[in-house]
Design a protein around this ligand. Structure first.
Ligand SMILES: *Cc1c(COP(=O)(O)O)cnc(C)c1O
Length: 388
């Protein structure tokens, strides 16, 4: 395989290239949607679409037919509202915070109501406006994070007037262990969900995140709510990842050197060269979202060769042991692969002792981002990526 990025492009400035394949994103969306043909499929685009750019991601998914978008915060929803056509429905997962009622209503943002208090706030605002307001109502089926407790659900059932003025678009809940298909929590939450929705017979149900979609039909209901699988992350642990990779990260070599046996490498000198060792310093560090826990554990790749990280990850750089490559293969301006065909998002997350979600959302602002449009060819299956 040839180098993915030319020296001239490197000279253009950025020393890290993050490539986002919007075609793979669209294909992942369509593949998830095809798993549940009777359901609709939303997209979770919180945290700037898991670090990949909420505007580009949401527009691509809208074009693919997605009409329901979930973010965590009202500010994310307001930004998205200005970008997406009016047919897009935007939900705020973290709930209705006091003071946000007017902007939510004015901008046609659908809050997820997580407590009786939030239901009361929204109902009061509907009364003020003299019209019905839409909302999703979240119930807690066992995760103990957000949503109405079983007691609050009972209150709501016995006092339906609490919902006066509110148009419930969806009853929703969230699975705590959906990425572990055998976990007992899944079936327990499913039966809690079924129990709870008896009180709302005509209201559509929204239950499954990425992992939940793969738990089977009974988890699908009316609206799927995937995030990570859209972005190429594995929906289930300990199962092959069926999603297409969306992200590729290439990093520039900024210096190489050969050091003698006994040399101590990087901060703290916590890597000792056992023999004459060739090193390459590459231009990204923990400030760019490469966790410090990759120190002496992770690797980058070049042309099928694993290049272990030597010593600690610094703020702006990482040192690689490149002794496995023929001398002169890598020089200043060469690029190594951090995420791509040779090292998946999950590989790097595993090495770092974290999850793909944290790697994606951690990418800093210093990479040059290239979006491959859905109808543009080179996808990651080919060996070269076009950086413009
Ligand atoms: C983040 C989130 C999702 C998406 O989960 P994935 O595991 O990324 O598919 C869905 N629902 C809620 C409530 C969330 O917070």
């Amino acid at each position: 395989m040839d180098m993915q990025i030319s020296r001239q492009q490197a000279a253009g400035g950025a020393s890290g290239h993050l490539t986002i394949d919007l075609g793979a994103l669209r294909d992942n969306y369509l593949a998830l949607a095809a798993m549940a043909p009777a359901s609709q499929t939303a997209a979770v685009v919180k945290a700037d679409a898991y670090g990949l750019g909420a505007d580009m991601v949401s527009q691509t998914l809208f074009d693919a037919g997605c009409r329901h978008f979930f973010v965590a915060h009202i500010d994310e929803a307001l930004a998205l509202r200005l970008r997406l056509p009016a047919q897009a429905r935007i939900f705020v997962l973290n709930g209705l915070q006091p003071g946000n009622e007017a902007s939510c209503a004015a901008m046609a943002i659908t809050p997820v109501l997580n407590s009786l208090e939030q239901i009361a706030q929204w109902a009061a605002h509907a009364k003020t406006l003299g019209r019905k307001l839409a909302a999703a109502v979240q119930i807690d089926t066992g995760m103990c994070r957000l949503g109405l407790s079983p007691e609050e659900q009972e209150t709501l059932t016995s006092q339906p007037q609490l919902l006066d003025g509110i148009d419930i678009a969806f009853i929703m809940s969230h699975l705590a262990c959906a990425d572990e298909p055998g976990h007992a929590c899944n079936t327990a939450q499913l039966s809690a969900m079924r129990q709870a929705t008896i009180a709302f017979p005509d209201v559509p149900v929204c239950f499954s995140n990425s992992g939940g979609i793969f738990l089977g039909r009974e988890y699908h209901n009316h609206l799927l709510r995937p995030g990570i699988a859209l972005y190429g992350g594995a929906p289930s642990l300990d199962r092959p990842n069926p999603m297409k990779p969306v992200v590729r990260l290439d990093l520039a070599v900024i210096q190489t050197r050969t050091v003698p046996a006994g040399s101590l490498v990087g901060y703290g000198g916590c890597f000792e060269a056992s023999g004459s060792t060739r090193l390459a310093t590459i231009a990204a560090g923990y400030a760019d979202g490469l966790p410090r826990s990759l120190s002496n554990r992770g690797a980058a790749w070049y042309d099928g060769v694993r290049l272990p990280i030597a010593g600690r990850v610094s703020m702006d750089s990482i040192i690689l042991d490149i002794s496995a490559l023929p001398e002169g293969t890598l020089t200043q301006g060469s690029f190594v692969q951090m995420i791509g065909p040779e090292q998946t998002l999950e590989d790097i997350a595993d090495d770092a002792g974290t999850i793909a979600y944290e790697i994606l959302t951690g990418f800093g602002r210093r990479y040059r981002r290239t979006y491959i449009q859905p109808d543009e060819t080179p996808a990651f299956a080919s060996t070269s990526v076009n950086h413009k």
